[in-house]
Structure formats: structure tokens, C-alpha cells
Design a protein. Sequence first.
Length: 331
Amino acid sequence: MTASKSHPLSTAQARQVWLRAQRLDVAAPFGDGAEAVASAVEHLGYVQIDTISVIERAHHHILWTRIPAYRRADLRQAQSIDKRIFEYWTHALSYVPRKDLPFFIPDMKLHRREGHRWFAGVKPADLRKVLRLLRKDGALTIRDIDDDVLVDKEHLWASRKPSKRALQLAFYTGVVTISERNGMLKTYELMERHFGWDKPPRSASTAEVSNYLLDRALRAQGVVSLDSICHLDAPRKTAIRRLIESRARRKELVPVALEDAVKQEHWVRPDVLETSGDGASERVHILSPFDPLIIQRKRTELFFGYGHRFEAYVPKREAAVRLFRAARAGG
């Protein structure tokens, strides 16, 4: 794919394509209620979950930005009652569509075979204990287990309760799922019992996972690059590039020369270029630092000329200096 074959795309056009793909170009693209929550997650592919709360938890902000009538109860309905969405790891812990579960089963199987590096210290006895409690007593939270002998933390975000680490390992292996959240308190349930399976869904193949990741990015980003498709997942880049090249040869994707992107390659579906000149009519307000529109900082800076720095990730001394300078400038 040489530069001469690429379709020129201005930064303004790229912004419009991305805003439209994120459904931020109209007021209420998904309607309201639990159905809107499920539809939003299905369209975006994931909504990142985070404990950080400024007025509200970050994931609620993401949904509210696209669902003006959003209420927390709508998310609970979609997850715990309708079961249209579930929690798993994308580039971070996220709400993902239930219909996409087959594409996450390969990772679950991998963790069953090889373990999970974050929970390598979980003792088999602790895992057997929590699974025995789930099978006997049904869904539970970590507060329902009060006989743990606390241990030292391995890092700041670790739990001192062995049972919690065992539940987290069971979650990553797909043996249990999170059936409900109250704030950040998670209720764990056996995966098959939560979804009412006679047998689990078929696992997607490696090729199917690659196609899924590319299609998800094209749907939610409009203009894609290898970095944007494989965010924090560099090992997949080789397979995704081969897939992109295959689709480009079939004219299903068009390479674009994005203004100011230098050597970074981008692609779009052909129909996207036909509507790239239509702009959003209203100003968009993003309240969550984990919103899909800004979570990839380099992409946001390329498209919007805005370098977002999230203070929680800035070293303490640097953050203090920045605050001091801001205070002086305001004075």
C-alpha cells in the first residue's frame, strides 16, 4: 500500500467520521432504558469500568454521554436481569456484549491452561473453597466470606483476602462471572448458572477473533490504524495487518492518508468516505477519562490536537508542580 494509492483525509473529516462512529453526532442514538445500554455496549464493543468517581463512576459517564436519559438501574437491568452484557477484560476491565462472548473464550481457556500472571500465587485450596461455596450457597460477594486469614499485599491494588484473589482468578478463567454490581462491590456467580447454559457457547477461532477485533474497531472508530485496533495488544498486530491487506485487496477497505499522521497508516470502509463531510451539529462533552473517544491518548491528539493527561497517572511531584502553576496562572 503506497502513499499514492491512499485517499487524502483531512483532520476535520477524520474527526467527523470518528464522532459519527462513536454515535456522538446525534442527541440520543440508542434511545433510553436498559435496551439503550445494551445497544450502546454492542455498538461500541466495550465500555471500560473504573473505580475512579468524580460525581459518578467513570463507566456511568460514558453511557450518559450517549444516553441522555441514562440511569444506573438501566445498567443493572442490562447486566443482571436481561443479561445482554457481561464483564471481561478488553484492554481493561469492561462491559462487553453477551453475543461477543465466544471471542473471549480463547483467553479464558488460555488462563485455565497456563494460569494468570496476576494471580499466580492463588493456592488451589483457596480456589476450591470459593467454588465450593458458590456451588453450595449460590452467588456471593467477598463480604459473604468472613473466615479468610489476611495476607500481605503483593502490590497496591491487590487484596489481602485470599478468597478475593481466588474469585478473580476464577473470573479470568471463565468459571465464574460477575452477575451484579452495587457500587464497586461485585457479586460472583458460576458462569453456566448465570447464563442458564446447558453447554457453553463455541469458542471462536484465532481467525474469527482477528475479524471480530477489526470489525469492532471499524464500527466504533470509523478510521482505524493498527495501533487503534490493537490498543495495548501489540502481539495481534501481525495477524490484523494481514487481514487488513486481504480486505484492501478485495476493495473492502480503503487506505487513507490522514493529515498530520506522517507515516502512520489508516484505513476506512469505502462507504465512510461518501459521508465524511457531514459534521456533528452540537458540542460534545466528554466527562470520563476512559471514554473510547479519549482513552487512546495519541489518537486523540492526532485527531483533535488535544493532548489529554490524566492526573491519576502523573507522578506526585509533577502533579503538584502542575497544580501550583495552574493556581498561579488563575490568580
